[in-house]
Design a protein. Structure first.
Length: 327
Protein backbone atom coordinates (compact mmCIF):
# COMPACT_ATOMS: atom_id res chain seq x y z
CA UNK A 1 0.00 0.00 0.00
CA UNK A 2 1.24 3.50 -0.80
CA UNK A 3 0.11 6.73 0.78
CA UNK A 4 1.13 9.95 -0.86
CA UNK A 5 0.39 13.65 -0.49
CA UNK A 6 1.11 16.27 -3.08
CA UNK A 7 3.56 18.61 -1.53
CA UNK A 8 5.42 21.01 -3.75
CA UNK A 9 4.74 24.67 -4.30
CA UNK A 10 7.14 26.72 -6.36
CA UNK A 11 7.83 30.41 -6.21
CA UNK A 12 7.42 32.28 -9.46
CA UNK A 13 8.29 35.68 -10.83
CA UNK A 14 7.90 37.93 -13.80
CA UNK A 15 10.72 38.61 -16.19
CA UNK A 16 11.64 41.42 -18.52
CA UNK A 17 11.92 40.95 -22.25
CA UNK A 18 15.34 39.98 -23.58
CA UNK A 19 16.14 41.29 -27.05
CA UNK A 20 18.93 38.75 -27.51
CA UNK A 21 16.35 35.96 -27.43
CA UNK A 22 15.99 36.47 -31.17
CA UNK A 23 19.06 34.23 -31.57
CA UNK A 24 16.86 31.29 -30.57
CA UNK A 25 14.65 31.84 -33.58
CA UNK A 26 16.82 30.18 -36.15
CA UNK A 27 16.00 29.85 -39.84
CA UNK A 28 14.23 26.58 -39.19
CA UNK A 29 12.10 28.19 -36.50
CA UNK A 30 13.28 25.53 -34.06
CA UNK A 31 15.28 26.02 -30.86
CA UNK A 32 18.33 23.92 -29.99
CA UNK A 33 18.85 22.77 -26.41
CA UNK A 34 22.21 21.49 -25.19
CA UNK A 35 21.59 19.04 -22.34
CA UNK A 36 24.61 18.50 -20.09
CA UNK A 37 24.03 15.21 -18.29
CA UNK A 38 26.04 14.67 -15.13
CA UNK A 39 25.20 10.99 -14.71
CA UNK A 40 24.02 8.30 -17.13
CA UNK A 41 20.72 8.41 -19.04
CA UNK A 42 19.47 5.36 -17.14
CA UNK A 43 20.32 7.00 -13.81
CA UNK A 44 17.83 9.82 -14.43
CA UNK A 45 15.44 8.04 -16.79
CA UNK A 46 12.27 8.79 -14.82
CA UNK A 47 13.25 12.43 -14.29
CA UNK A 48 14.10 12.84 -17.97
CA UNK A 49 10.60 11.65 -18.87
CA UNK A 50 9.19 14.36 -16.63
CA UNK A 51 11.40 16.99 -18.29
CA UNK A 52 10.22 15.97 -21.74
CA UNK A 53 6.61 15.93 -20.52
CA UNK A 54 7.04 19.52 -19.34
CA UNK A 55 8.27 20.54 -22.78
CA UNK A 56 5.38 18.76 -24.51
CA UNK A 57 2.83 20.40 -22.24
CA UNK A 58 4.22 23.78 -23.29
CA UNK A 59 3.88 22.94 -26.97
CA UNK A 60 7.42 21.79 -27.80
CA UNK A 61 7.82 18.75 -30.03
CA UNK A 62 11.28 17.22 -30.36
CA UNK A 63 12.44 17.11 -33.94
CA UNK A 64 9.96 19.79 -34.98
CA UNK A 65 10.17 23.05 -33.04
CA UNK A 66 12.87 21.97 -30.60
CA UNK A 67 16.01 19.84 -30.83
CA UNK A 68 17.94 18.43 -27.86
CA UNK A 69 21.61 17.45 -28.04
CA UNK A 70 22.76 15.30 -25.12
CA UNK A 71 26.17 14.80 -23.55
CA UNK A 72 26.52 12.39 -20.61
CA UNK A 73 29.50 12.59 -18.25
CA UNK A 74 28.52 9.29 -16.55
CA UNK A 75 29.72 10.57 -13.19
CA UNK A 76 33.08 11.77 -14.51
CA UNK A 77 32.80 15.39 -13.40
CA UNK A 78 36.17 16.29 -14.92
CA UNK A 79 34.62 16.04 -18.40
CA UNK A 80 31.68 18.35 -17.77
CA UNK A 81 33.34 21.57 -18.99
CA UNK A 82 34.54 19.77 -22.13
CA UNK A 83 31.05 18.49 -22.88
CA UNK A 84 29.53 21.91 -22.22
CA UNK A 85 31.94 23.38 -24.77
CA UNK A 86 30.89 20.75 -27.31
CA UNK A 87 27.25 21.67 -26.85
CA UNK A 88 28.07 25.33 -27.36
CA UNK A 89 29.89 24.47 -30.58
CA UNK A 90 26.64 22.91 -31.76
CA UNK A 91 25.08 26.39 -31.39
CA UNK A 92 22.87 25.55 -28.43
CA UNK A 93 20.42 28.36 -27.68
CA UNK A 94 20.20 27.22 -24.05
CA UNK A 95 22.31 24.88 -21.92
CA UNK A 96 20.31 22.69 -19.55
CA UNK A 97 21.89 20.77 -16.69
CA UNK A 98 21.30 19.56 -13.14
CA UNK A 99 23.28 19.27 -9.92
CA UNK A 100 25.95 21.62 -8.60
CA UNK A 101 28.88 20.14 -10.61
CA UNK A 102 26.95 20.31 -13.88
CA UNK A 103 25.75 23.85 -13.30
CA UNK A 104 29.19 25.14 -12.31
CA UNK A 105 30.71 23.48 -15.39
CA UNK A 106 28.14 25.10 -17.68
CA UNK A 107 28.76 28.45 -16.04
CA UNK A 108 32.51 28.04 -16.54
CA UNK A 109 31.97 27.24 -20.23
CA UNK A 110 29.90 30.33 -21.05
CA UNK A 111 28.89 33.69 -19.60
CA UNK A 112 26.51 34.56 -22.44
CA UNK A 113 24.45 31.51 -23.45
CA UNK A 114 21.48 31.08 -21.07
CA UNK A 115 21.79 28.21 -18.60
CA UNK A 116 18.82 26.48 -16.99
CA UNK A 117 19.72 24.45 -13.90
CA UNK A 118 16.90 21.99 -13.45
CA UNK A 119 17.99 21.67 -9.83
CA UNK A 120 21.08 22.35 -7.73
CA UNK A 121 21.93 22.24 -4.06
CA UNK A 122 21.97 25.76 -2.56
CA UNK A 123 22.88 27.79 -5.64
CA UNK A 124 23.67 30.89 -3.58
CA UNK A 125 26.24 29.39 -1.19
CA UNK A 126 28.03 27.64 -4.07
CA UNK A 127 28.29 30.89 -6.03
CA UNK A 128 26.09 29.85 -8.94
CA UNK A 129 23.78 32.85 -8.57
CA UNK A 130 24.01 36.13 -6.68
CA UNK A 131 20.58 35.71 -5.08
CA UNK A 132 17.34 33.84 -5.63
CA UNK A 133 15.28 36.92 -6.45
CA UNK A 134 17.90 38.44 -8.76
CA UNK A 135 20.23 35.69 -9.95
CA UNK A 136 22.18 37.96 -12.30
CA UNK A 137 24.40 36.53 -15.02
CA UNK A 138 23.15 33.85 -17.37
CA UNK A 139 21.88 31.16 -14.95
CA UNK A 140 18.40 30.53 -13.58
CA UNK A 141 16.27 27.53 -12.61
CA UNK A 142 15.53 25.73 -9.36
CA UNK A 143 17.55 25.08 -6.22
CA UNK A 144 16.97 23.71 -2.74
CA UNK A 145 18.71 24.05 0.59
CA UNK A 146 20.74 20.87 0.45
CA UNK A 147 22.71 21.55 3.68
CA UNK A 148 19.60 22.13 5.80
CA UNK A 149 17.92 19.12 4.21
CA UNK A 150 20.85 16.87 5.06
CA UNK A 151 20.75 18.10 8.65
CA UNK A 152 17.03 17.34 8.92
CA UNK A 153 17.68 13.80 7.71
CA UNK A 154 19.84 13.23 10.79
CA UNK A 155 16.88 14.01 13.04
CA UNK A 156 14.63 11.64 11.09
CA UNK A 157 17.03 8.68 11.07
CA UNK A 158 17.72 9.19 14.78
CA UNK A 159 13.99 9.07 15.44
CA UNK A 160 13.69 5.89 13.37
CA UNK A 161 16.65 4.26 15.14
CA UNK A 162 17.18 5.88 18.58
CA UNK A 163 20.20 3.69 19.53
CA UNK A 164 22.22 5.21 16.67
CA UNK A 165 25.38 6.95 17.86
CA UNK A 166 27.71 6.96 14.83
CA UNK A 167 26.32 7.97 11.43
CA UNK A 168 28.19 7.79 8.13
CA UNK A 169 27.53 10.47 5.52
CA UNK A 170 28.11 9.18 2.00
CA UNK A 171 29.75 11.84 -0.19
CA UNK A 172 31.06 12.11 -3.73
CA UNK A 173 34.39 13.98 -3.37
CA UNK A 174 33.87 15.73 -6.71
CA UNK A 175 30.77 17.63 -5.58
CA UNK A 176 31.33 21.23 -4.34
CA UNK A 177 28.17 21.08 -2.22
CA UNK A 178 29.90 18.73 0.25
CA UNK A 179 31.49 21.43 2.40
CA UNK A 180 28.25 23.32 3.25
CA UNK A 181 26.42 20.01 3.62
CA UNK A 182 28.89 18.72 6.21
CA UNK A 183 28.94 22.04 8.09
CA UNK A 184 25.16 22.01 8.50
CA UNK A 185 25.07 18.29 9.30
CA UNK A 186 27.76 18.56 11.98
CA UNK A 187 25.86 21.38 13.67
CA UNK A 188 22.70 19.25 13.67
CA UNK A 189 24.54 16.20 15.01
CA UNK A 190 25.67 17.75 18.30
CA UNK A 191 22.29 18.16 20.06
CA UNK A 192 21.32 14.68 18.85
CA UNK A 193 24.41 13.16 20.45
CA UNK A 194 25.59 11.82 17.11
CA UNK A 195 29.14 11.35 15.85
CA UNK A 196 29.56 11.77 12.10
CA UNK A 197 31.96 10.07 9.76
CA UNK A 198 32.18 11.35 6.19
CA UNK A 199 32.93 8.58 3.70
CA UNK A 200 33.80 9.45 0.12
CA UNK A 201 33.25 7.35 -2.97
CA UNK A 202 32.90 8.28 -6.63
CA UNK A 203 32.52 4.93 -8.43
CA UNK A 204 29.88 2.20 -8.32
CA UNK A 205 32.49 -0.52 -7.91
CA UNK A 206 33.77 1.17 -4.74
CA UNK A 207 30.44 0.96 -2.91
CA UNK A 208 30.90 -2.54 -1.47
CA UNK A 209 34.28 -1.59 -0.05
CA UNK A 210 32.75 1.62 1.25
CA UNK A 211 30.13 -0.26 3.26
CA UNK A 212 32.78 -2.62 4.60
CA UNK A 213 34.60 0.45 5.91
CA UNK A 214 31.41 1.50 7.67
CA UNK A 215 31.21 -1.85 9.43
CA UNK A 216 34.83 -1.60 10.51
CA UNK A 217 34.15 1.90 11.86
CA UNK A 218 31.18 0.78 13.96
CA UNK A 219 28.62 2.81 12.03
CA UNK A 220 24.98 2.60 13.24
CA UNK A 221 23.23 4.32 10.32
CA UNK A 222 24.06 5.93 6.98
CA UNK A 223 22.94 9.15 5.32
CA UNK A 224 23.14 9.33 1.52
CA UNK A 225 23.61 12.76 -0.06
CA UNK A 226 21.81 13.89 -3.21
CA UNK A 227 24.74 13.48 -5.57
CA UNK A 228 23.65 12.10 -8.96
CA UNK A 229 26.15 9.23 -8.63
CA UNK A 230 24.22 7.97 -5.60
CA UNK A 231 20.84 8.60 -7.21
CA UNK A 232 21.85 6.38 -10.11
CA UNK A 233 23.01 3.66 -7.69
CA UNK A 234 20.14 3.94 -5.21
CA UNK A 235 19.10 0.30 -5.51
CA UNK A 236 22.63 -0.98 -4.89
CA UNK A 237 23.12 1.35 -1.93
CA UNK A 238 19.80 0.26 -0.42
CA UNK A 239 20.76 -3.42 -0.78
CA UNK A 240 24.20 -2.84 0.73
CA UNK A 241 22.66 -0.99 3.66
CA UNK A 242 20.33 -3.91 4.34
CA UNK A 243 23.04 -6.56 4.00
CA UNK A 244 25.21 -4.59 6.42
CA UNK A 245 22.29 -4.10 8.84
CA UNK A 246 22.36 -0.32 8.55
CA UNK A 247 19.29 1.92 8.73
CA UNK A 248 19.62 4.41 5.88
CA UNK A 249 18.18 7.72 4.74
CA UNK A 250 18.58 9.67 1.52
CA UNK A 251 16.77 11.48 -1.31
CA UNK A 252 13.08 10.92 -2.06
CA UNK A 253 13.63 8.05 -4.55
CA UNK A 254 15.84 6.23 -2.06
CA UNK A 255 13.03 4.52 -0.12
CA UNK A 256 11.25 3.12 -3.22
CA UNK A 257 14.66 1.85 -4.40
CA UNK A 258 15.14 -0.12 -1.17
CA UNK A 259 16.51 2.38 1.33
CA UNK A 260 14.79 2.72 4.70
CA UNK A 261 13.80 6.39 4.43
CA UNK A 262 13.65 8.93 1.63
CA UNK A 263 13.35 12.54 2.71
CA UNK A 264 13.67 15.51 0.40
CA UNK A 265 12.15 17.41 -2.48
CA UNK A 266 10.23 15.89 -5.37
CA UNK A 267 12.94 16.09 -8.01
CA UNK A 268 10.61 14.82 -10.72
CA UNK A 269 8.50 17.94 -10.26
CA UNK A 270 11.59 20.14 -10.55
CA UNK A 271 12.63 18.45 -13.79
CA UNK A 272 9.13 19.03 -15.16
CA UNK A 273 9.37 22.66 -14.06
CA UNK A 274 12.66 23.05 -15.95
CA UNK A 275 10.66 23.33 -19.17
CA UNK A 276 9.06 26.53 -17.83
CA UNK A 277 12.42 28.31 -17.72
CA UNK A 278 13.29 27.15 -21.24
CA UNK A 279 9.95 28.44 -22.50
CA UNK A 280 10.34 31.83 -20.83
CA UNK A 281 13.84 32.33 -22.19
CA UNK A 282 12.88 31.31 -25.72
CA UNK A 283 10.03 33.81 -25.52
CA UNK A 284 12.34 36.68 -24.55
CA UNK A 285 13.08 36.54 -20.83
CA UNK A 286 16.62 37.15 -19.54
CA UNK A 287 17.97 34.53 -17.11
CA UNK A 288 19.23 37.36 -14.90
CA UNK A 289 15.65 38.52 -14.40
CA UNK A 290 14.03 35.13 -13.86
CA UNK A 291 13.95 34.45 -10.10
CA UNK A 292 15.44 31.14 -9.03
CA UNK A 293 12.70 28.96 -7.57
CA UNK A 294 12.86 26.65 -4.60
CA UNK A 295 10.53 24.01 -3.12
CA UNK A 296 8.79 25.16 0.02
CA UNK A 297 7.88 21.69 1.30
CA UNK A 298 9.55 18.31 1.61
CA UNK A 299 8.20 14.78 1.41
CA UNK A 300 9.08 11.63 3.31
CA UNK A 301 8.81 7.99 2.23
CA UNK A 302 9.38 5.00 4.51
CA UNK A 303 9.98 1.47 3.26
CA UNK A 304 8.52 -0.97 5.78
CA UNK A 305 9.86 -3.93 3.81
CA UNK A 306 13.34 -2.61 4.45
CA UNK A 307 12.51 -1.97 8.11
CA UNK A 308 11.38 -5.59 8.43
CA UNK A 309 14.59 -6.84 6.81
CA UNK A 310 16.56 -4.80 9.34
CA UNK A 311 14.43 -6.00 12.26
CA UNK A 312 13.49 -2.38 12.92
CA UNK A 313 10.22 -1.11 14.35
CA UNK A 314 9.53 2.33 12.89
CA UNK A 315 7.83 4.55 15.50
CA UNK A 316 4.13 5.15 14.72
CA UNK A 317 4.66 8.89 15.14
CA UNK A 318 7.17 8.84 12.29
CA UNK A 319 4.92 6.72 10.09
CA UNK A 320 2.08 9.16 10.67
CA UNK A 321 4.18 12.00 9.22
CA UNK A 322 5.21 10.06 6.11
CA UNK A 323 3.83 11.08 2.73
CA UNK A 324 4.46 7.57 1.40
CA UNK A 325 4.59 4.25 3.22
CA UNK A 326 5.80 1.24 1.23
CA UNK A 327 4.62 -2.14 2.52
Amino acid sequence: MIRRREFITLLGGAAAAWPLAARAQQTSGAARIGFLGVSTPSGVEARLRRFRAGLRDLGYVEGQNIFIDFRWAEGNYSRLVEFAAELLQLKADILVTYGTPGTLAAKQATTTTPIVMIVSGDAVSTGIVASLARPGGNVTGSTFFNPELSAKRLEVVKEAHPPARRVAILLNPGNPINAPVMRATEIAAKPLGLELLSIETRRSEELRITFSRMNDAGIDAVGVTDDTHFVGNAKMIGELAISNRLPSIGFTEFAPAGGLIGYGVNLGDLWYRGAFFIDRILKGARPADLPVEQPTKFEMAINLNTAKALGLQVPPTLLARADEVIE
